[in-house]
Design a protein around this ligand. Sequence first.
Ligand code: NAP
Length: 266
Amino acid sequence: MDKKIFVYTNGTEMSTNIEKILRKKLNKTGLRVFEEYDESTELIICIGGDGTLLRLVQDFNFPKTPIVGINTGHLGFFQEILPEKIDDFIFLYNQDRYSIQGLNGVTCCVKTDSSSSKHTALNEITVKGLLTHPVHLNISINNSFIERFSGDGICVASPAGSTAYNYALGGSIVDPRLNLLQVTPIAPMQNVAYRSFTSSILLPSNDKLTVIPCNNDDCNLSVIYDGMMTDYKNIKEISICLSRKKINLVRFDDYQFWEKVKSKFL
Ligand code: NAP
């Protein structure tokens, strides 16, 4: 029976051209492209860069269907296939010669004096002051008070997000086989008045981080999940943990995480 495929693209000229070529090739090989995504879809092909994959994940709320990326973006760290390797991909996929890499997201619950909202991101949840205001946040791990953080904010990354904003902030690259949460300070203040951790801290996968604004001035914060931002007023508490939601990326035999890191970062 034909396998059911859904194609998601960022709509750039290059991606649209690749999509046309891909559709022709798929139709010849028993892989049928459907115009709608539903749970019977067997593969999602994402044409674009990492940003496109992040949008797909939000649009389809962490679909369980395996996803494979064709890179037409700038970096393409998540993306497995180069446009010129589409034939190889179809051949290997049809022969079931691939594995699945599960990547968990990170989730937060924001409680204000009048509401409670959840966001889940694949890369990271960032908590920052509005505009350029530094913030003072009481940070607890599993309800045990750890530090009073002062600075621009904190970035809480999943293993998948360790190579994104987290890395730019000086955080560590994490092999995604290690399921952990990385908390990286953004411009921590260090002087006689304020003391904060200046390096990332790593938490086991089932730990919970809680952020409580220290003063009334710190209760208005931006919460950013994979680049999408919501500003909140009168925040009482934000709790952040690894999400049970995950995506399943298709990886072929030659995929090696550290080779990918080397090729994209060095
Ligand atoms: P964007 O400005 O288009 O993306 C920023 C860059 O991050 C792009 O080059 C993107 O790759 C790359 N990227 C995304 N996820 C990655 C990952 N897991 N590993 C390595 N690189 C990754 O914005 P966007 O498309 O909305 O993406 C939002 C993401 O941007 C956020 O989740 C955050 O991690 C990242 N970000 C980075 C910085 C920084 O580095 N200073 C600042 C803010 C946000 P492609 O070129 O393939 O799309």
